[in-house]
Design a protein around this ligand. Sequence first.
Ligand code: GDP
Length: 444
Amino acid sequence: MSASDTIFAPATGAGRAGIAVIRISGAKARSALAAMTGRHTWVPRHATCVRLRTSEGVPLDHALGFWFPAPSSFTGEDVGELHVHGGRAVSAAVLAALDGIDGLRPAEAGEFSRRAFQNGKFDLTQAEALADLVAAETAAQHRQALRQLDGELGRLYDGWRRQAIAAMARLEAEIDFSDEDLPAALQIAVQGEVAALRLEIERHLADGQRGQRIRDGFAVVLIGPPNAGKSSLLNGLAGREAAIVDAAPGTTRDVVEVTMDIAGLAVVIADTAGLRQGKGRVEQEGVRRARQRAAAADLRVVVLDGAVWPEVDDITLSMLDDDALIVINKCDLGGLGDELAVGDRPAMPVSALLGNGLGELIGEIGKRLTERFGDDAAPAPTRARHRRSLEACAAALARAERPQASELMAEELRAAAAALGRIVGRVDVEDVLDVVFREFCIGK
Ligand code: GDP
């Protein structure tokens, strides 16, 4: 596979649709357009009606052709686009005809975007945003991806990188041009700047992983005693049969998940094994996983069994932390009373069976997550990759703040700048590229 090959691929999804867009990028894009359409003159970026034929002259489709000469194209190379009718047979025939043209080959997953990055069309965070935008299913994911595509995150990190480089340059200028020791005042001033930058980065990191949660989903777990109706509640919330419901206690031994859109946020709700001193090894393992899951969750919904209310077992009581949302299920059985609370914590009545109170419960989950994570005024790191590099940067800055020879301080600042450069793709990042572009599909 060579980066100088001319590549082609459908840019639209497979299946029946009004149209399918086929992209061609590289030095032979123009001759490929000519071979497919018989047309040799193109007005850049104008829609042109064309008839597509194979090299033997077999008609393939009536299509729209576009010509985007380099560098004003998605990849920065010469690009041709064919908007054909969206049937499988049409696309397959056009792709086969393109494959028959000398010097053309099908694109690898993410190859168009990778070329665009390499030709300076956008930075790495914007490439990631493109993948996120295509994958976005909720309003918050959509908003976040679009802001990142606008370059908000890249500009922030690049600004910090410049600050680190500027501080380094000031030290190096002194190192290079003075015979004597560096003026202490300069070192102290640079240390102050470095500390301010490190604090800013640490504040940015201390966001409860909002950006990653918006992208990957907020974790909500249902916990409680066996038979309280957790599986039924999960099914009720999801509006479909996703969890196994059984009248025998202890049936949900593993964790079952459902992803929902709540208040524009992707929320992954997990049903867990009932909390009790399990008899068998498998059940004990389920309880261990339930606790682990609950500890890592963004929100815990403790489900109590209305059939035995107000009795609450000790294990469940131990899970009632300040942030937990308490629901009492099976309110259809009656006799729960009016003011529902466990100690001084209010509880919501629901019936998984009849669907009573589920709208209120979904509303409350959305409200709590929005209160805690909804402030999206400031951009947030959206991937573990960003976080790791930011942490490496902050650590290098912290080392730079120590009293030491100016050369060593400058070296730490160089490491801090390089860590930020890896996020946006400003330093040599061949290894990072494979990670970033692997998540793209063919045609992106
Ligand atoms: P889990 O062990 O907590 O997951 O509980 P399940 O969802 O398997 O439910 C246990 C039993 O309670 C089943 O027989 C359900 O039909 C019953 N159940 C669940 N929710 C309700 C409810 O809202 N009202 C009534 N009356 N029964 C329920």
